[in-house]
Design a protein around this ligand. Structure first.
Ligand code: GLU
Length: 297
């Protein structure tokens, strides 16, 4: 039997036709954008290709930390950088019904359960079990509430005990196995549910989570290529499993490198990384700021 040699990765899928993708930049309006965001947004817009679509999504489910002024600053800064995007812009705070529908579907599949633990309870139980203090997605949930009886659950809910909703990763595994996903820069992966554990899908204070909202919205926006920073690589197996459970289309991913400051520390809003706004006010041009972010013209 003769087997054709595999094509090198750099071979275009169809010669002569530029690839078109639907991409999105999805910032949270919790601070001013910095050079890392400029890199991400421009990379994302360029990845759409000349005939593709570049969308913007405001990830504002955490209303306690989001501010209208930061949202306006996102629009201003991206436009100043020379980007344009389709309107209307999707805002996650207006999408709670869609997230609730997805949770109902997961509940019907029997793959989520209410969790009554506080952060302190989880920490104490994880320590008692000698679990690794931090997985890539935070402290792994030790499964305390997974096996509560339906009567116990109902009684606690009826008593008004606040609860979050978690993925039952064992049941999810029975349903979807190890779904695959492909990242343009990092290769092909299989989602490992035991590494994911029982992640939180809706919080006590907010009736969704980053993971659930992103998956539901990427599908609703028809995203074909998820372009974002490498810090979110560990979250991707969760997203892939949720897509499999919810029967949603599967995009491709492109997790790009992260930008460091002069001291080699990753740029972050919470550390007061120099904002795009500050560069602009100091007289830098958009081209200069793009160059500072390491973006070729
Ligand atoms: N809202 C996330 C952030 O600002 C990005 C989420 C994503 O691209 O999936 O880090």
């Amino acid at each position: 039997m003769s087997v054709a040699a595999p094509r090198p990765d750099s071979t275009p899928r169809s010669v002569g036709t530029p690839r078109s993708e639907v991409t999105r930049f999805a910032p949270s309006p919790t601070g001013l954008l910095h050079l890392g965001h400029a890199y991400s947004a421009v990379t994302c817009a360029r990845a759409a290709g000349p005939h593709g679509r570049f969308l913007l999504r405001i990830e504002d489910i955490d209303t306690a930390r989001c501010r209208d002024t930061f949202e306006q600053a996102i629009f201003d800064d991206l436009a100043w950088l020379g980007l344009s995007w389709e309107t209307p812009v999707m805002r996650q705070s207006t999408r709670m019904d869609a997230y609730a529908r997805a949770l109902t579907r997961l509940d019907d599949l029997g793959v989520i359960y209410p969790c009554f633990c506080s952060r302190k309870d989880i920490q104490a139980e994880a320590e008692r079990l000698g679990a690794a203090p931090h997985g890539p997605l935070g402290t792994p949930y030790p499964g305390t509430c997974r096996d509560l009886s339906p009567t116990e659950r109902d009684a606690r809910i009826a008593a008004g005990t606040p609860y979050s909703l978690r993925l039952d990763h064992l049941r999810a595994h029975e349903r979807v196995g190890h779904p695959q996903w492909t990242d343009r820069h990092h290769g092909t992966f299989q989602a490992d549910l035991s590494a994911i554990g029982d992640v939180m899908l809706a919080r006590k204070e907010v009736a969704t989570s980053y993971h659930l909202a992103v998956v539901v919205d990427d599908a609703a926006q028809g995203i074909t290529l998820v372009t974002r920073g490498e810090d979110l690589l560990p979250a991707t197996p969760v997203h892939r499993v949720l897509q499999a459970l919810l029967d949603l289309p599967v995009p491709e991913w492109a997790h790009h490198r992260l930008l460091d400051d002069d001291a080699g520390k990753r740029l972050a809003k919470r550390d007061d990384a120099v904002s795009l706004r500050a560069y602009r006010e100091a007289g830098y041009s958009p081209a200069e700021v793009r160059a500072l972010a390491g973006l070729p013209d």
